[in-house]
Design a protein around this ligand. Structure first.
Ligand SMILES: Cc1ncc(COP(=O)(O)O)c(C=O)c1O
Length: 449
């Protein structure tokens, strides 16, 4: 044993999800603040597991719609809320958000297809992303997509050529990379040199070019500073700068830029210790900004993924094996990184435990700490190095809260060729499968010798 670090679990040292404010908030968002077991839309995840097996996602669509309406209310009537499909390309989730009045923003033809299947008209869809191919642009134009947010100079020409071929006048906006970026975003996507958007000093030439091409209809500007911003003032500050640049560019270029997509990036808790985002403060700041810059012909947008969907979804996996190694207790689940990337820290720099709770024993006292990981053959497939939990053994259910965004869509689903998890939607007290569980045979799909 010499040279090997012995691990001595000390319950008091390991993080305890029951004492974490973000976990308590996440449980409250699901209506489980005082519950003994986890329920989604009133249905115990234990029942779903008993009936259909694990692992799975469950989404509360009633709460999702209510959330979208609350966000729209906070933004006020002049800002249109858009759902960013990338956060969760579930058809059921996208359709529920459409029913709640949200517009939609996509980043691929696949997501465009989800938006259409969810009932959006093609003309209402907006398409952003730094690497759209000519073929994707042509397909989007052919299907009547509303507005393409171009992110580089040559994308304008590819789009104009596609629009000319289809005899269409294609709506277009330019995504701007503001030099100041957003100080608050955990994952920054603007400021400095960036793959995203067009540097501010190059924007005038692009706008002139777009305005001069007969098959393009220049609509305006888009800015997206980054994701996981917990500082509402940072979101508003970025939007303010964007609005000021739009006014200046309109003046200097004498070009109308009626549409402005202010981005978003409102933070939502995924990890122990995460703060809460102040929706009221962001809404107030954005409403004031719009009031200061508004004109009747102007249209304003905010695009959100995580903030809308993360809190209404859970990922549930079962313990398949337990063991003690180096003095540490391990729980090995039937799900992990390949299903719920966000819980395994994908996209984070400093890994912290996710909002993980024992699904059938929410209020049971912790007895010891466990390392919790999945079945993949990589050390990255670890949800927590140590977490205080009640007694846990084979068959017990663990749930990741805040998993309604960047779950399956943000996961390396192919690694080890495990089947993908089922997804349930719960609505008006009834659960239904909205994405079938994958099969082991899926590993061979599309392959040939
Ligand atoms: C352009 C754009 N819009 C919207 C989003 C959605 O962000 P979030 O899920 O943090 O709201 C992203 C996320 O990366 C994005 O890149």
């Amino acid at each position: 044993m010499r040279g090997r670090r012995r691990y001595h679990p000390r319950v008091d040292d390991a993080p305890d999800p029951r004492r974490d404010a973000a976990v308590q908030q996440a449980l409250a968002e699901l209506g489980c603040a005082d519950a003994d077991e986890l329920r989604v839309g009133g249905i115990a995840v234990r029942e779903l597991a008993a009936g259909f097996g694990t692992p799975f996602y469950a989404f509360d669509l009633d709460r999702l719609r209510a959330r979208a309406q609350a966000v729209q209310q906070a933004l006020g009537p002049r800002i249109r809320l858009l759902w960013s499909v990338k956060a969760n390309p579930s058809l059921a989730v996208t359709a529920a958000l459409r029913a709640a009045g949200a517009g939609v923003e996509v980043a691929s033809l696949g997501e465009f297809g989800v938006a259409l299947a969810a009932g959006h008209g093609a003309g209402d869809v907006r398409f952003a992303g730094p690497g759209k191919t000519d073929a994707e642009l042509a397909a989007a134009v052919a299907r009547g997509l509303g507005c393409v947010h171009v992110e580089s100079a040559d994308e304008i020409d590819a789009l104009a050529a596609a629009a000319a071929r289809h005899g269409r006048r294609q709506g277009v906006a330019v995504r701007v990379n503001l030099p100041q970026g957003s100080a608050g975003a955990r994952l920054r996507m603007s400021g400095d040199s960036s793959r995203f958007g067009v540097d501010l000093d190059q924007v005038p030439a692009l706008l002139r070019r777009a305005a001069g091409l007969p098959h393009l209809e220049l609509r305006g500007l888009h800015g997206y500073a980054g994701t996981q911003t917990f500082d509402a003032e940072a979101v508003v500050a970025h939007a303010r700068a964007l609005a000021a640049h739009r006014d200046r560019l309109e003046r200097e270029l004498l070009l109308p830029l009626p549409e402005l997509d202010l981005g978003g990036g409102f933070g939502s808790a995924h990890y122990l210790g995460d703060p809460a985002f102040d929706l009221a403060a962001a809404g107030r700041g954005l409403r004031e900004l719009v009031a200061a810059h508004d004109r009747p012909e102007r249209r304003w947008f905010v695009e959100l993924g995580r903030f809308l969907a993360a809190p209404i979804g859970v990922y549930v996996a079962a313990v398949v094996r337990t063991k003690t190694s180096g003095g540490r207790r391990h729980l090995i689940l039937d799900g992990g990184l390949h299903h719920c990337g966000v819980a395994a820290g994908v996209g984070t720099v400093l890994r912290r435990p996710p909002l993980l709770v024992p699904a059938t024993a929410l209020r049971a006292p912790a007895v010891t700490s466990f390392a919790i990981g999945g079945p993949l053959c990589t050390p990255q497939d670890q949800f927590a190095e140590e977490l205080q939990l009640p007694a846990c053994g084979r068959g017990d259910l663990l749930a990741v809260l805040g998993a309604g965004a960047y779950g399956l869509t943000y996961s390396s689903t192919m690694f080890l060729s495990h089947p993908t998890p089922a997804e349930f939607a719960v609505e008006r007290g009834a659960a239904r499968v909205v994405r079938e569980r994958g099969q082991p045979a899926d590993a061979l799909r599309g392959q040939q010798l």
